[in-house]
Each structure stands twice: as structure tokens, then as C-alpha cells.
Design a protein around this ligand. Structure first.
Ligand code: 9WN
Length: 438
């Protein structure tokens, strides 16, 4: 197996556009929210200026109310559905960071949902790598506004909810089947772009799921993306275990970033972010996850359906990400560790995205291994001192990439690469693993 360090850098450069990186030239030709966060994490040690720019470009598309879009359509590109026409919304680019694809003040089209707030941990890492005060001051206000938005638009008793499976980043997780089955998508017609490549047809989500994804988008558009109305009207409202874990971690990292305040000559806006408030929010949300999302039988955190008022009991990698935010108590961690060892590490390659009934090693988020969840869970296991397990998760990730290339996901039994190739976060997180291990 060969070291692919130089190739990873080359993939990220090839996927780089003006101030941001697309996830994949063949499947995802725009800027994606949490993909950019993972790309910035990987670039932090190799090209810190590009890492900082990745995040400022993303944050400059924050909506006035604080929503940070899942997709920013900076430039026109073919081959992705749903594209900008389907969402039918745009935002004025804010003056965050320099340069970039369109000048501040001009309008850019975006999607109208978000993704887990990985942007905050990424910003903290980039600041720690660069100690660049102007970066810190530029990003603190939009990051704080974004976390406030989660609480205002999506919060209830310290947990936050998503209103589309795409917001979770784990789009077709088996956990969403019940809440999606609870509503009728009606007669939706559309033309999928992702299944045109026959190799991918059986790996991507089914039409059954897509009908519901599209129906949710059309409902949001009909309601002018009004969060107040969607809070009541959306048939899909879920307290996702992974999103809540990253929200807790984001609160913790925002507090750390604000705590590094520039002192007397620090920017007043930046120092207005109160670290104590965000530390307290992290504690409160951590407590809410322990109380309301823990499933002792499965030994993991599970999502909760706000509409049906029921737990969505799936043993998916999403639940393990709680470790990255220090959520499990010691007793919960002991149980979670048993689950990891007995189920997730029972496969040839860690970590399958799902291990319960109906697991499919080749289909998207229903079984394959993804590098971003390996990265998050490895960091989380280290936080709990489980270095043996963390090392296995990282070693498997590195091995898969070195053997198969920067694929989007991998079969946990055979290790074969799946989905698109030259996928940005697989390259970026590989760089982070290589650089920190050497
Ligand atoms: C919808 C870009 C994104 C990732 C998601 C992954 C996939 C999109 C899609 O690709 O989702 O957002 O069309 O399948 O599930 O995590 O951010 O890489």
C-alpha cells in the first residue's frame, strides 16, 4: 500500500474553486456546508490559508437569520438535483473574509436547509493552527449567529431538530424510515441526476426516499422557507443524535474560540461572544442528550421523532459521535464501548454506518464506512481514553484509502470503494491522519 499524501493534496487542489472546495467533480459540483468543514480540518496543517478561506467563504453565505445553507451555488454547474431553481432562494454575500467567488453585497443562490454545525470545530482547529486574529474576529460573529439560529429556529429544551434527512448529512439512515413513512409525499415528479451512472444506481437512496426528500423541499418552498411555519407544518422533525452531538461540540468550541479573546485591541463584536454562555449551553445540551437520547439496550444515543414523539431506535454510527462532544457519562460510555466492540468492530473494516437489521454494506448510509464518521468517532474515543479502539478506527480508514483511493464510502466487509471517486473529505481527513501520526 502506498502513501497517498501527495495525491490527497492534488485531489483537493483539483476540486478547489474560487475560495472553496467542491465535494466531488462528478456528483457534487457546489460548496457543501459540512464537507467544507472537514476539508478545512484536513487543510489546517497543509495549507492553513486555504483552510481559513474555505470557512470564510462558507460563512459569507449565512442567511440574515443565521441559517448556514447546506449548499451554496456560487457558480453554475450541471449534473446535480435539486439545483438552485428547485430551492428558489438567494442571499446577499456578507463581508466575511476576503476574495471569493462573488463580491460581498452581491446575491448568491443557496439551498434552504442546513447541515450539522461542524463548521465551528473546524474554525477552532484552523485558528489554533494559524493563530490568525483577523480570522478569529471574522468568523466569531457569524458562528455565534448560526448557533443562536439553531436554538431559536430549531431548539426545544436544549435539543435541536432537523426538518429534512439531508440536514443530518446521513441522508438515508434507516432511522428516518419511520418518520418518512408517516407522511404521503403526493405526486412528485422530478429527474434525479445521481443515478445516471449505472454503477451508483444501487448504492444511492431509493426513489421511495427521494420522493419524500423532494416533497419536503417543495413544502418548504411553498411556505417561503418560513421557519416559524415549518416548525409546526413540516412532517419531518427529528432530534438527530449526530446533529445534537455536533451542536454540543460546536457550543464548546465556540466558547474556546471566544475565550481566546484578543484583549484590549480585540474586535468588540468578536469579544461580544460570551464564552460562559456557550459553555453553559454545551452543558445543558449534553445533559438533555444523556436524559432523552440515550438507549441503554442498544448502548448508543438514538434520534427522537418530535412529530411522532418516539425514539428512532437504530444502531447507527450517528449515536457514537456523542463521544466527540463528551456526552456519555462514564457508565454510558462503558455500555457504548461494548456496543462498539461487539457490533461495529465485528466487521472487517471499521466503522460501518449502520449495524442493525437491514444493514446493507453497499448502500450509502445503511452500512458503508465513511471517512468523516471514522474521524469523528476516533476523536471521540480518544476523548474517553479508548486509544486502542480509536487507533483501529483510524488504521482502517487509512488502509481503505491507501488501497482503494479517495472513494466516497467503502464496503465494510470487502473494503471495496464505493460512490464517487476523488471525494474531498476522504482526501482531507486522510491528510489529517497522516500528518498527525507522523
Ligand atoms: C445531499 C456532499 C453531500 C454530503 C452528505 C451526503 C451527500 C447529498 C446528496 O453528499 O448528500 O446533501 O445529494 O446525496 O450524504 O453527507 O454532505 O458530499
Amino acid at each position: 500500500m502506498s502513501d497517498r499524501h501527495a495525491e490527497a493534496v492534488e485531489v483537493l487542489e483539483a476540486n478547489r474553486r474560487e475560495g472553496y472546495t467542491i465535494p466531488s467533480a462528478t456528483l457534487y459540483p457546489f460548496q457543501w456546508n459540512w464537507d467544507s468543514a472537514f476539508v478545512a480540518l484536513g487543510l489546517a496543517s497543509v495549507d492553513p490559508a486555504a483552510a481559513a478561506r474555505e470557512l470564510t467563504t462558507l460563512l459569507s453565505a449565512t442567511w440574515p437569520d443565521g441559517l448556514l445553507p447546506q449548499i451554496v451555488f456560487w457558480e453554475d454547474a450541471e449534473g446535480y438535483f435539486p439545483g438552485p431553481e428547485e430551492w428558489d432562494v438567494d442571499v446577499e454575500r456578507a463581508p466575511v473574509g476576503e476574495g471569493g467567488p462573488v463580491p460581498a453585497g452581491e446575491r448568491v443562490r443557496t439551498s434552504a436547509i442546513t447541515q450539522p454545525p461542524m463548521v465551528v470545530p473546524a474554525a477552532r482547529r484552523v485558528y489554533e493552527a494559524t493563530e490568525d486574529e483577523s480570522f478569529r474576529e471574522a468568523v466569531l460573529p457569524p458562528l455565534a449567529r448560526h448557533l443562536d439560529w439553531w436554538l431559536d429556529a430549531r431548539g426545544a429544551d436544549d435539543l435541536v431538530a432537523v426538518r429534512h434527512p439531508w440536514e443530518t448529512g446521513m441522508d438515508d439512515s434507516p432511522a428516518w424510515t419511520d418518520p418518512l413513512a408517516a407522511f404521503d409525499p403526493g405526486d412528485v415528479s422530478y429527474d434525479r441526476a445521481d443515478r445516471k451512472n449505472p454503477d451508483l444506481a444501487d448504492q444511492r437512496p431509493d426513489d421511495w426516499d427521494y420522493d419524500r426528500y423532494v416533497a419536503l423541499v417543495r413544502q418548504g418552498r411553498d411556505l417561503d422557507w418560513d421557519e416559524t411555519r415549518l416548525r409546526e407544518a413540516s412532517p419531518f422533525r427529528v432530534e438527530d443524535a449526530l446533529t445534537n452531538a455536533l451542536f454540543v461540540r460546536a457550543c464548546e468550541d465556540l466558547a474556546a474560540l471566544a475565550g481566546n479573546s484578543g484583549g484590549a485591541d480585540g474586535d468588540p463584536d468578536a469579544s461580544a461572544v460570551d464564552p460562559d454562555r456557550w459553555r453553559a449551553q454545551a452543558d445543558a445540551s449534553r445533559g438533555a442528550m444523556r436524559d432523552r437520547l440515550w438507549d441503554g439496550d442498544l448502548g448508543t444515543f438514538v434520534s427522537r421523532d418530535r412529530v411522532g414523539e418516539r425514539p428512532l431506535r437504530a444502531n447507527s454510527v450517528a449515536g457514537l459521535v456523542a463521544t466527540y462532544a463528551g456526552v456519555p457519562t462514564d457508565a454510558q460510555f462503558a455500555r457504548l464501548r461494548e456496543n462498539v466492540e461487539g457490533n461495529f468492530l465485528a466487521y472487517e473494516y471499521a466503522l460501518p454506518s449502520y449495524v442493525g437489521e437491514g444493514m446493507n454494506p453497499d448502500r450509502y448510509w445503511r452500512g458503508p464506512v465513511w471517512m468523516n464518521t471514522n474521524w469523528l468517532v476516533a476523536e471521540g474515543l480518544r476523548r474517553y481514553g479508548a486509544t486502542d479502539l480509536a487507533d483501529r478506527v483510524v488504521a482502517d480508514g487509512v488502509e481503505l484509502v491507501e488501497r482503494e483511493g479517495f472513494r466516497e464510502y467503502f464496503n465494510p466487509e470487502s473494503g471495496e470503494g464505493r460512490g464517487s471517486d476523488r471525494f474531498s473529505w476522504s482526501a482531507a481527513l486522510y491528510l489529517d491522519w497522516r500528518d498527525r501520526r507522523s
